[in-house]
Design a protein around this ligand. Sequence first.
Ligand code: ZN
Length: 563
Amino acid sequence: MRLYFFGALFIFSQILTAQEKYPQNVFQSPLEIPLILAGTFGELRSNHFHSGIDIKTQRRQGLPVLAIADGTITRIKVSQWGYGKVLYVAHPNGYTSVYAHLQKFGPEIEAFIKKTQYKKQSYEVEVFPDYGELKVLKGSTIAYSGNTGGSSGPHLHFEIRSSVTEKPTNPLLYGYEIRDATNPSLVGLFGYPLSDDAIVNQSAKKIQLNFSKRPDGTFLADKITAIGTIGFGFNGFDRQDMAANKNGVYSVKQTVNGKVYSEYDFETFSFGETRYINTLIDYEHFGKFRQRIQKCFKEPYNRLAIYKTLHNNGKITIKEGLSYSIELLISDIEGNDTKLSIPVEGKREPIKISKSDKKTDDFIIADKPNNFDLGAAKVYFPSSTFYEDFYIDLKKGNDTVSIHNNSVAAHRNFTISFDVSKYAIADRKQLFIARLDKGMEPRHSKTYKRDGSFTTRTRTLGTYTLAKDSISPTINARNFKEKQWLSNYSYLSLEISDDLSGINTFSATLNGEWILMEYEPKTKTITYNFDDKILNKTQCDLKVVVTDNVGNSSTFECTFFRK
Ligand SMILES: [Zn+2]
């Protein structure tokens, strides 16, 4: 009897749907406007899965951001990059809500963080208030929406994490309503010959496959012939009803003759595994075409835990004379499905497109450390920098070295060390390591300088060079002039800019006292808010100092009056 009881419980826990695991309608909306998404959870981004939802804010900033439930603020961070200004609120039910790219915080939190900024004399700060020190009530305004950090337009990035594991979960599993009756869109379908003997449509390498829409709304691929172990991949997106944004899909299921071979979804993932996105997508294809194909098979080096079901890692072995019915089911979180059938005939046919194994002089053994001397620089790849063995394309040069290209993903940092002993010590100061981007523009790569050698650590393959920055940053007043009366002004705005190595530090004083300048790199703007400090002198001497990444420095001085 007892055994039966526990057995039943066990079975019950196994069949909980994703929604049933999470509290429903306990959390309120973080905004007062209808939720329209510019990004979904798990969406495929550069080197990571999107860990929250991006809520559109009607192209505006300054919308009240509301606490989704009672809780306490556990973390506040202000950064030029990433999440920008961000708040973390822990709730008693074990979840933490995260609100990012904020314009500013609510008055109490804003006062708290400004105190820290003035104490540390830094715009960028991160604090972890004591539990209960900053309590918030459900529905109270805790911040205002913005566009700070790595955000390319006003929106609210919103997450719900497990407070214990910090794993982000899909916020749409908590009962939030998003209008969505639109099926995911299928853009492209690809066949992958995986075993050495495999062929798909007479091709020994990846090949794009044709498909068409049937009257019932499902898709049918043209019949393919294949032999050996093969796999499939697709690219597509999901669109909600109220916006044109191309968002990520929720789940993907691949069946072969009715049996599930692979199935994954974006219920949750961990930050520790997010970079393995580069093994889920066809990274080489992404490097060439900036288009993300999601593979329906799992590579041996793919450590993602997003898979619900796997049979033969989603790889399909096609035998001569047999027919296979393969189906892809691509779904959004509201249950709108896009179904694609792929009929496969097992048939050995002559190869028309052969494998293009590009061999070079140098070979990477992924599970061993690899060292190369490129003349001007040495490159060191620690063990497991890469996912698999490959021929690496290396080019030597005087001050420039080329380290393969963006068709291969590096999982870990590797180091590049340039020999600078031929440069006089005085000349080395303005030199730095730069990566040449697509337009051959030098991009500063954080350079560690030691006697005779400069080193950088990076996960980006490509061309690296020694660049020289001899020009100091520029500083210009935006909304005031020398000797001006600024009594009615609420803020000071200046433009700071650096042509090559980029801005490293900035600081400002008024009558010798440090003042907080908020920095927005996207608009090259630093801003001082007069509310921060009561000035007890009519004459104000402003001094701003900006340095670039090689230490070139500029000073701006201005006197103004204020009552
Ligand atoms: Zn986001």
